[in-house]
Write a protein that binds this ligand. Sequence first.
Ligand SMILES: [Ca+2]
Length: 413
Amino acid sequence: MANAPFAPGLALALERYGLRWAPAGLALTLLVAACSGAGTPGPDGATGPAGTASPAVLPTGTATQVVTPALSPLPEGATITVDGAGDDDSRDDLLTLREAILLATGTLERGSLTAGEADNVRGDVGGALADVITFDASAFPQEGGEPITLASALPSLSSGFDAVDGVGATPVISGGPFECLRIDSGGNTVRGLMIRDCDTGLALSAGAQDNVVGGAGKGQGNVISGNRVGIEIRGRGNRVEGNLIGLDASGRTAMPNRAEGIWIAPGAQDNIIGGGEPGTGNVISGNDLFGVSIDGPEGIGLGPTRGNVLAGNYIGTDTTGMVAVPNEYGINIQAGAQENVIGGEGGGKVNVIAGNQVGIVIRDPPTQGNVISGNYFGLTADGAGSLPNGVDVSLLEDAGENVVRENVTEPLP
Ligand SMILES: [Ca+2]
């Protein structure tokens, strides 16, 4: 462990985005945890209770198991094919994404469509059914297609168990200074999209539960880049898998979200970013401020931000895991976020946190019980080469007790 000068960009960067910053006296020193090699004891700074390295075992006496009620699935509904790249809701021959969401959530009646629009709706449709919105590949080709340029936020996915599925086409949603797409319900899927130029690309509200953003299969991941915030999560039990966050579709070039790639916002619980199964890892790189920020409820009066898991992601590299595409801060944990897990036991759960200016920063007194274990810091994804962060782990002096142990910081033999 060593003291290192405070990275001068942090306070300024936080201020730029309207975020709170610790008192100046505390900001002057970073406590840098020298991460241990594999299998060796944690650094002095890791003062959490023993036996907490496994993500399944949270610090004794502090874990609150929240049982999330299971959602009741809805019966199968329509397949709705979007063939218009416009953003209108008008009775013409083309069906837009806006119209498709209005149909799937029961706001637009099928009977009011023109014949040309109704041809794009196969099966019974509406808010009581699980509808799938797909995209006509001839209208959304891989090369030379037009983006869907939004004039305002899309209608939210409010009725549950719908899917917006861009797999097989190449739909690009280009937004503006608003939340482009919002999920307010449970069991929805959003995959195969590119979402850019939005204030927030995709927002999962406090009522969003058990949704899937992306997926492990080929083409199921989304590209959510070039926004202010890529994905905002306030709900519970959602999964974010196989996405590119802060990179363009090549997976090699930065297309920054300006604040957070993924913002796990106050009150969010039990969400999984990545997960450890093949294909579930996200690549979260190139973002101007934070790759992922886990933000506690301090001073806001919401329930705890707890039990969120980041596993199997590349944070600060390209899709190969071998080349740096830096976030300023790979991961930020602050404002009383508790008992979140970065990494975990088992090869697939390794986050590769490399190439960033700072790998992880943890700060604020009530920020405690978080476990950072089993990750590669400053290494290529194969563990064999060096791909340094400026600083791997910055435990600010005002942070509570967190566990940083059994991460790998030296190239494997
Ligand atoms: Ca229309």
